[in-house]
Design a protein around this ligand. Structure first.
Ligand SMILES: *[C@@H]1O[C@H](CO)[C@@H](O)[C@H](O)[C@H]1NC(C)=O
Ligand SMILES: *[C@@H]1O[C@H](CO)[C@@H](O)[C@H](O)[C@H]1NC(C)=O
Ligand SMILES: *[C@@H]1O[C@H](CO)[C@@H](O)[C@H](O)[C@H]1NC(C)=O
Ligand SMILES: *[C@@H]1O[C@H](CO)[C@@H](O)[C@H](O)[C@H]1NC(C)=O
Ligand SMILES: *[C@@H]1O[C@H](CO)[C@@H](O)[C@H](O)[C@H]1NC(C)=O
Ligand SMILES: *[C@@H]1O[C@H](CO)[C@@H](O)[C@H](O)[C@H]1NC(C)=O
Ligand SMILES: *[C@@H]1O[C@H](CO)[C@@H](O)[C@H](O)[C@H]1NC(C)=O
Ligand SMILES: *[C@@H]1O[C@H](CO)[C@@H](O)[C@H](O)[C@H]1NC(C)=O
Length: 607
């Protein structure tokens, strides 16, 4: 019974829990009413005696759960228990931080290639400001008051600012230095931010994060854009020979896997890491999803596995916000602190499922993952305050739901000064008719979600779940796209993405565009997606940065056809994409003609 096994394991499971919506603490309903993302829902396929009454009560509860987002609403006091989630958890700091929701206050800071090692000479502080008017000065101090970045004037031009500083005076140690970053307008102190700085003794295997472009620097110092599946351990990975199985995954162009626990035994885990070390180029995200509340087990396992080259990240929790919403005493925070203490050499990640939880969990992780599963869902029974229907506050669209989730995350993370946190996406590569997902994505839908995620700034694409129960065309698509990402990584992980204000798109409702351009403008990647599921679309894209540059030839791929010759004339790129079509185009100096050079000179001489 393959299908049975599949359903049993088929998703980041929504599990039973009875939270406190006070009216429902009756024996009659507590057995069936469950919560996900803090919202009550009626589980599918359960025998419920008094369904209509239950629905009526859920509607009542809906109104009251609106207190979650607006505490000033009349009659909220006392309606919800004290478990009512705050949306923002303040980071611990040594200075008193005022209890205001907009902690970032328009200032975002983070260190670029964390963790630094004692052999690294230069570090850099990334700064983002929303204030484009004033000239601002910044300086950074260690806890003891010593200055690591002398006062520096910065002017914000819409891009992240990178401020290099010397690491040599900083004493290497296993704990983070708490750095205080002061911002001045004129000579007045305008804001203080805090950031953790790791300068570690060399030795153990180290995985770093480039927070400017989002790449992961592996233990072998390779910069990767991770792509790969969550893998069923019991049903697949532990069957037969582990090295052969890992090679099979590598042959499908995957460079990361998240083996999904439970594991059969500890010696199997060692064998898995040893096999991945031997193969090379396939990395493990090690998951504590069912175990993170058992802190002693976490400590033991981190100590046992932290030296393997193929270890990429510690995955603390999977959708902790679903079942447990925003629980201030969640063990996720404790697990983060404990892992960082014993292994500050590897990043920690987790995946969230809810639309409003990113700021709450941002301090419990180095990498913020999210999963958006919009295919085959029926959103009709769900509202903003009631039920999730398999995709929190979605509309069931492969084009709109990923941007919608992302915009909310960026808004919330900016509020607390954390939008440099690297974002990873888990895509839908499954269906589960026993739950919310009536069908799997088609190969075209998968490609659209994949590329829209890249355009929205995600720097890793994972998918639930291997082995795939999908049509061959979809599997081929996944393998194909995973191969293509290696080539695209040279752009996605080494160049800034142009902000939307640099690009004019017509028509603006169906066409999604991303442009990554080297700073000297002689190399860039353009990705275009037609989000229209019924019609082919003629589009016109204007890249403002290239407006005077004449004719630039490029080469690319439209869907499965490769080596398509294209060109941009004076910044304008026109073309046609079939329904759900995707084009990826590369423009490089070797391809660029004289007109470009002339124009570039003209532009340069004008400055
Ligand atoms: C608030 O509660 C009072 C008294 O129980 C009731 O009269 C009023 O209609 C309620 N207001 C709302 C907005 O539910
Ligand atoms: C910058 O952000 C702060 C806090 O979120 C906000 O109050 C302010 O209006 C923003 N300033 C600009 C210029 O957008
Ligand atoms: C891991 O490496 C460190 C030194 O880098 C060593 O002290 C430790 O014993 C190693 N742990 C294991 C489990 O091999
Ligand atoms: C890692 O690679 C980068 C280039 O990607 C290089 O600048 C750096 O020196 C390398 N570091 C080590 C320790 O080899
Ligand atoms: C561990 O699990 C593997 C895979 O299921 C199995 O082959 C092996 O016998 C187990 N080892 C021990 C010590 O139980
Ligand atoms: C929710 O919290 C409980 C109790 O802390 C924990 O056992 C469970 O694993 C958590 N669920 C998820 C999905 O993390
Ligand atoms: C919050 O987390 C704590 C610790 O894991 C757990 O004991 C408690 O039951 C959780 N509360 C809710 C409402 O899930
Ligand atoms: C491209 O895909 C279409 C169907 O989507 C198929 O008909 C065509 O043969 C494929 N072309 C190539 C070169 O594989």
């Amino acid at each position: 019974m393959k299908l049975f096994g599949f359903i049993n394991f088929s998703l980041l499971l929504f599990v039973t829990i009875s939270l406190s919506c006070t009216d429902f603490q009756t024996a009659k309903y507590s057995a069936v009413l469950k919560y996900w993302c803090g919202k009550p829902y009626i589980p599918k396929n359960q025998l419920i005696k008094n369904l209509n009454q239950l629905k009526l009560n859920i509607n009542q509860c809906n109104k009251k759960t609106s207190c979650l987002t607006n505490k000033n609403e009349p009659n909220c006091t006392g309606t919800l228990s004290s478990e009512t989630p705050p949306t923002i958890r303040l980071p611990p700091t040594s200075d008193p931080v005022p209890l205001i929701p907009n902690l970032g206050n328009g200032y975002t800071v983070m260190f670029r290639n964390q963790p630094y090692l004692s052999t690294d000479l230069v570090g850099s502080l990334l700064v983002n400001l929303n204030n484009t008017i004033s000239t601002i000065s910044v300086k950074a101090l260690l806890h003891d008051g010593s200055e690591i970045l002398a006062i520096t004037k910065i002017k914000h031009d819409g891009n992240s600012i990178e401020l290099p500083f010397s690491l040599t005076p900083i004493k290497p140690k296993l704990e983070a230095h708490e750095v205080k970053i002061l911002f001045y307008i004129e000579d007045m102190l305008a804001h203080i931010s805090y950031a953790k700085l790791y300068v570690l003794p060399v030795g153990p295997k180290t995985v770093k994060i480039d927070r400017l472009y989002g790449g992961i620097l592996t233990s072998t110092n390779e910069t990767i854009f991770p792509v790969g599946p969550y893998v069923d351990i019991g049903g697949w990975l532990e069957k037969g020979n582990i090295q052969t199985n890992l090679q099979t995954l590598k042959d499908q162009n995957f460079n990361i896997i998240n083996p999904d626990p439970p594991y059969p035994n500890i010696s199997f885990i060692h064998q898995m890491f040893q096999a991945a070390d031997a193969i090379g180029g396939i990395y493990i995200q090690f998951s504590f999803r069912h175990d993170y509340t058992d802190i002693q087990k976490v400590i033991n396992q981190v100590n046992q596995f932290k030296n393997y080259s193929s270890l990429l990240t510690w995955y603390i929790a999977d959708e902790p916000d679903g079942e447990n919403w925003t629980n201030r005493s969640s063990a996720v925070f404790e697990a983060y602190d404990v892992i960082k203490k014993i292994d500050p050499y590897h990043p920690i990640s987790l995946t969230l499922n809810c639309k409003y939880s990113s700021a709450f969990y941002a301090d419990a992780t180095d990498i913020l993952g999210t999963d958006v599963y919009p295919v085959g869902v029926n959103m009709l029974p769900c509202t903003e305050y009631c039920d999730v229907c398999g995709c929190d506050d979605c509309i069931g669209s492969v084009t709109l739901d990923i941007p919608k989730r992302t915009q909310q995350y960026i808004k919330d993370l900016t509020l607390i000064g954390r939008e440099f946190i690297i974002k990873w996406m888990a895509l839908q590569a499954f269906y589960d008719q026993n739950a919310w997902w009536e069908r799997a994505p088609t190969s075209q839908e998968f490609s659209v979600m994949w590329h829209i995620s890249i355009i929205n700034g995600y720097k890793c694409l994972m998918f639930w779940r291997f082995p795939f129960f999908l049509d061959h065309s979809v599997i081929d698509q996944i393998i194909d796209l995973s191969k293509e990402i290696k080539e695209l990584s040279n752009y996605l992980l080494f160049m800034p993405q142009l902000s939307p204000s640099h690009i004019v798109i017509s028509p603006d409702n169906d066409i999604y565009v991303g442009v990554w351009m080297s700073k000297n403008q002689n190399k860039f990647l353009l990705i275009v997606v037609n989000g229209n599921k019924k019609l082919s679309v003629n589009f016109r894209i204007t890249i403002k940065d290239l407006i005077c540059l004449g004719l630039l030839p490029g080469i690319g791929r439209i869907d499965n056809e490769t080596n398509i010759k294209v060109s941009i004339e004076n910044g304008v790129f026109e073309g046609n994409l079939k329904k759900y079509g995707v084009g990826t185009f590369i423009f490089e100096k070797t391809l660029i003609n004289r007109a470009y050079t002339d124009c570039y000179d003209i532009q340069a001489s004008r400055e």
